[in-house]
Ligand binder design. Structure first.
Ligand code: ATP
Ligand code: SF4
Ligand code: MG
Length: 357
């Protein structure tokens, strides 16, 4: 771990009382190599996810959310260089042999991709697509797989006869339910859901979100859910991490980050989107000024300073860290930086001067 990450890291639990983490990210970075140079898409992310917990990852387009999600299961293209450490149930993901990695995908941790409903094979019946990981991983024979498909469809609120449907015969919400059934097929301990509801209208979005909430609670599954929309994440997840320009700029309990964000970017993000089910706020979202930075030309100091409404002069050069911002919370902003401890000798001198004047 780099010195910077060590300083910036905030442990979320006392060592003695800390539950075993299902997932630990330690100073994770991802750099894409492209013809014109290097794209630092994820920079020094350290987070933990406890067993059975749900973590929301928020941030604007390009902040590195999908890149981080794909790094967790080594699904990135070859031109991506991954640094740091990713421990899944104590096992080093980046050091796993390919055979082990394939077994971990689906069976221990599965991912519902961004825009995945368009990723269903249009010429295969959905029952066959849901059964595929069970058959490929040798977890069921064809008869048992068929039964399991019916059970999974029931769990996601679809009738068993839908197994014979083709994707184009389903609505967007139903297709997303199928994707969730596929993710559940091998009973994973962790599901990573990348924008699982973004393409859906608000009513269907709310239904799919409550389905996800129910399923994770019922089966004790841990969840990492990614979205632009902090209100959606706060509704489903225990904790939130907000990413900006490849870094986590704030993390903490959902309600606190959503309602009382310490980082000005999290505050803007919380104000920029509607509350689920509230049509008035949906009609009047407060936007953020400016655009996220080009990762190949990141501003110096705090990357958010060109857009920040409360920036100080020092922010353009500041070595910003994830400083503690309350119990189990941290924010990368000068406004939560702990003041330097005072020098007792100087204090005595200052007091003498004060008394003599
Ligand atoms: N294969 C790739 N090669 C080069 N750069 C990439 C590649 N994939 C993503 N990037 C860049 O990495 C950065 C992070 O992208 P990523 O897709 O992780 O963002 P995101 O937060 O998921 O955005 P969105 O909300 O739009 O899905 C962006 O600047 C993007 O252009
Ligand atoms: S460190 Fe400065 S620029 Fe960055 S978020 Fe805080 S006040 Fe804004
Ligand atoms: Mg994405």
């Amino acid at each position: 771990m780099t010195e910077q990450a060590q300083e910036g890291r905030v442990t979320e639990h006392d060592e003695a009382t800390r539950p075993v983490s299902l997932l630990e990210l330690d100073d994770v970075s991802v750099t894409y190599r492209i013809a014109s140079g290097e794209v630092p898409a994820v920079r020094g992310v350290s987070l933990t996810l406890d067993s059975g917990a749900a973590l929301g990852v928020a941030g604007e387009s390009g902040s590195g959310k999908s890149t981080l999600a794909m790094a967790l299961l080594r699904l990135l293209p070859r031109d991506a260089r991954v640094g740091g450490r990713i421990l899944l149930d104590g096992e080093d993901v980046l050091a796993m042999k390919w055979g082990r990695m394939r077994a971990v995908r689906w069976a221990e941790a599965s991912i519902v991709f961004q825009g995945a409903q368009h990723g269903l094979n249009p010429v295969r019946r959905i029952g066959d697509q849901i059964a595929e990981p069970l058959l490929v991983h040798g977890l069921a024979k064809p008869d048992a797989a068929r039964k399991r498909v019916a059970e999974l469809l029931d769990q996601v609120g679809l009738p068993a006869w839908r197994a014979r449907s083709y994707p184009h015969e389903l609505s967007g919400g139903q297709r997303q339910r199928v994707m969730i059934a596929m993710a559940l097929a091998c009973s994973p301990r962790l599901i990573i859901a990348d924008e699982p509801t973004t393409a859906l209208d608000v009513m269907v979005q709310a239904q799919v979100l409550s389905l996800i909430k129910e399923l994770i609670a019922e089966h004790g599954i841990s969840l990492i859910m990614i979205s632009h929309d902090l209100s959606v994440l706060a509704d489903v997840c225990d904790r939130l991490a907000v990413m900006y320009a490849g870094r986590v700029v704030e993390h903490g309990p959902s309600a606190e980050v959503f309602h009382k964000a310490e980082h000005p970017y999290s505050r803007a993000l919380a104000a920029a989107f509607p509350t689920v089910g509230d049509p008035v706020s949906r009609m009047a979202p407060k936007g953020l000024g400016g655009d996220p930075p080009d990762p190949m030309q990141l501003p110096g100091g705090c990357s958010f300073h060109p857009r920040c409404p409360v920036a100080l002069d020092e922010c353009s050069t500041l070595d910003v860290q994830l400083w503690p911002a309350g119990p189990a919370r941290a924010a990368a902003c000068v406004h939560v930086r702990p003041t330097a401890p005072s020098d007792p000798e100087q204090d005595v001198e200052a007091k003498k001067e004060e008394e003599s004047s």
